[in-house]
Design a protein around this ligand. Structure first.
Ligand code: NAP
Length: 242
């Protein structure tokens, strides 16, 4: 078992992934952007499972901040074995009305943030000749979604990045995969109107939104020995929607 970094793990899908990887025996870094109190609670829950866990605040879109965080993690916990690029935001709007800042913010956090961590953590894993990287993309990046051109571009980019990193890092024993959730019950979807939620549910064969734990199970599988020969793949977890 090794050290697992989960970005955006203070709530939602990231928090469920942190708990699931802790249950599998990994030490956990619980990253957040600002809600340090919530990240501390998740880290405490992980420690209750008998592993070491640390809550750490940094902005994944800031390359220097990522570099500093990784140096601190290496010193305090050791070289990471698992990286889960989960941090993400939405700034929805129709394409013709979208502000430049709305586009840039989503690309900077959802795509460049994942690149920052992938590049820096990938270099450490290459020296260690082992590692598991899992990027949380979205079915929106595969199927498109009106009102989310920024988010869909970032999530589609993440799939290309996953395939490329799998090819570059494979020779060092590192696997790189993506998980593409469909609609999941978290803060990200909580603010949507009932009309939008009901419309979405009609398109999901299983007839309901997924739970964060159902994404965490897929991540835990890809991080496990059971998935040792799977790399460059995107595992869709969407209740059958796409
Ligand atoms: P969420 O509940 O809104 O949580 C987002 C997490 O990302 C929080 O922990 C937040 O930290 C963190 N974060 C945001 N900006 C960050 C930054 N710049 N640096 C570091 N951390 C940052 O989201 P979620 O629904 O769990 O989504 C998690 C991932 O799954 C995202 O990549 C999302 O795109 C993807 N996804 C979600 C759904 C869905 O239906 N929910 C579907 C498909 C894909 P703070 O708490 O400090 O703000």
């Amino acid at each position: 078992m090794g050290v697992a970094i989960v970005t955006g793990a203070s709530r939602g899908i990231g928090a469920a992934i942190a708990r699931r990887l802790a249950a599998a025996g990994h030490d956990i870094i619980v990253n957040c952007a600002s809600s340090v109190d919530k990240a501390e609670v998740v880290a405490a829950e992980c420690r209750e499972m008998g592993v070491n866990a640390l809550a750490m605040q940094w902005d994944v879109s800031d390359h220097t901040a990522c570099e500093q965080a990784l140096a601190e993690i290496k010193e305090k916990m050791g070289v990471p074995f698992i990286l889960v690029n989960n941090a993400g935001i939405t700034r929805d709007g129709l394409m013709v009305r979208m502000k430049e800042a709305q586009f840039d913010e989503v690309i900077n956090i959802n795509l460049k943030g994942a690149f920052n961590m992938l590049q820096l953590c990938g270099a450490m894993m290459m020296r260690a000749k082992t590692g598991r990287i899992i990027n949380i993309t979205s079915i929106s990046g595969m199927a498109g979604n009106a009102g989310q051109i920024n988010y869909c571009a970032a999530k589609a980019g993440l799939i290309g990045m996953t395939k490329t990193a799998a090819k570059e890092l494979g020779a060092r024993g590192i696997t790189v995969n993506a998980v593409a959730p469909g609609w999941i019950d978290t803060d990200m979807t909580a603010g949507l109107s009932d009309a939008i939620k009901d419309g979405a549910k009609k398109q999901i064969p299983l007839g309901r939104f997924g739970k964060p734990e159902e994404i965490a199970s897929a991540v835990a599988f890809l991080a496990s020995d059971e998935a040792s020969f799977i790399s460059g793949q995107t595992l869709v977890v969407d209740g059958g929607m796409i």
